[in-house]
Design a protein around this ligand. Structure first.
Ligand code: SAH
Length: 396
């Protein structure tokens, strides 16, 4: 096995069990390795530290599979980790019985570069790094065995793959496309999931708990759902008894799925829903100048800052939409505001929202911090990457 030697004094992040080995701390590779091959990671003095997947084209030159330098990386390794991840979710009361569930959450499940979501008996797999790419056969076999799924679709088309020198790969890798559109039930609401053309793996499972909270808060409230995608928050607001729900998104296909989703739930008051294709940044201003006000506003924008480099511009964008939202709230109104930007830490996000409330001239209190559900764990030694942070605020 080839040996990846770190520069002197550069083993600190590994000692803290951070699984990424950046190019800047690598001295050399002794021996030959192809992309995805397992390499022994050693300190400058030769002390063994870990075993990792080699990725010569990426700035993240290797991702650690194990911090035990003697552990073998083979089919059994993947089988064990995948079974453990599935069992972890089965052990969580709030996750049992969910149709839509993240089964593998990359680094936080000990499997860097692997995302797996389950929608009913369909799995969607995303391989975003050379390591999982190399082990795809073992991974797919273990997933079939651990989940008992009927079919697996591969959505390895995220941009980060290019940084690894990998081409996009999509298609059915086990079983066949289902005859009917895929529909899951999330907390009593039916939602169609397009695993082939939808965003990410088809749906934003990380907002499941927060959508449920929306249902609990929406009763008797006029609601505005910004960045609504296929209507997850909107339908829960209707289910909770919102008096009206205006939903905005810039994507035509997402809105047409949202309309179909509403039709899939005939018990909901469809006459209270309005869907609008627009840019949220300008539409919030249009609503304000037309004198509209709301009792509950949801802001769930896409990732404005994929990494720390983009933080400043992203902070301005977050501030802008949050100022507008605060201005649109009726007295006593609630704002649920989110960021999934890896480049913005939660304290920073809270500061941005605080500044926005001040700019808007609204006395505001924080009622609750909001996060992703337990099927999206965040390993404490790995806080990078997109993870969800949210705030529930109330204005006077
Ligand atoms: N809240 C959704 C997920 C939101 S994902 C859920 O619970 O499922 C972010 C959405 O923002 C996407 O649907 C994308 O189409 C939309 N979007 C991105 N930029 C936008 C903009 N400037 N104005 C309106 N919508 C935008």
């Amino acid at each position: 096995m080839a040996q990846l030697v770190l520069l002197p004094g550069k083993d600190r992040s590994l000692a803290r069990r951070h699984p990424w080995i950046f190019a800047g701390i690598v001295d050399r590779l002794n021996g030959r390795a192809r992309p995805g091959d397992t390499v022994d990671v050693v300190a400058a003095n030769g002390r063994p530290l870990a075993r990792a997947a080699w990725s010569p084209e990426s700035k993240i030159r290797a991702r650690v599979w194990t911090f035990d330098p003697d552990e073998t990386i083979d089919d059994v390794f993947f089988k064990r980790h995948i079974h453990a991840a599935v069992a972890r979710r089965q052990a969580m009361p709030g996750l049992r019985g969910q149709d839509g569930l993240r089964l593998i959450h990359g680094e936080s499940d000990g499997l860097p570069g692997l995302i797996v979501d389950r929608y009913g008996d369909t799995l969607v797999v995303q391989l975003t790094a050379t390591g999982p790419e190399k082990w795809r056969r073992a991974i797919l076999a273990a997933l079939r065995e651990a989940s008992g799924c009927a079919r697996i679709y591969e959505r390895s088309d995220s941009d980060v793959r290019r940084l690894e020198g990998l081409e996009p790969v999509t298609g059915w890798v086990f079983g066949e496309a289902p005859a009917e559109p895929l529909v899951i039930v999330e907390n009593g609401v039916r939602i169609g999931v397009d695993v082939v053309a939808g965003h990410k793996t088809g749906f934003y499972l990380d907002q499941r708990d927060n959508r449920l909270l929306t249902r609990e808060l929406a009763g008797g409230r006029t609601t505005l759902n910004c960045f609504c995608y296929t209507g997850g928050f909107s339908l829960q607001a209707l289910a909770g008894g919102a008096t009206s729900v205006l939903s905005i998104d810039s994507s035509g296909p997402a809105l047409s799925t949202a309309v179909d989703n509403l039709a899939r739930n005939p018990e909901l008051a469809a006459d209270r829903a309005e869907w609008r294709q627009a840019d949220v940044f300008s539409e919030l201003r249009v609503l304000k100048s037309a004198g509209h006000r709301f009792d509950l506003i949801i802001l769930d924008p896409p990732k404005f800052a994929p990494s720390a480099q983009h933080a400043e511009r992203a902070a301005r964008a977050y501030r802008d939409i949050n100022v507008c939202a605060f201005r649109l709230l009726n007295p006593g109104g609630l704002l649920m505001t989110y960021s999934c930007s890896g480049g913005i830490r939660s304290e920073h996000f809270q500061q941005i929202v605080t500044d926005a409330a001040i700019d808007a001239g609204r006395q505001t209190r924080l009622l609750r911090r909001l996060a992703a559900p337990a099927d999206h764990p965040v390993a404490l030694n790995f806080s990078e990457g997109e993870y969800l942070k949210g705030l529930l605020c109330q204005v006077d």
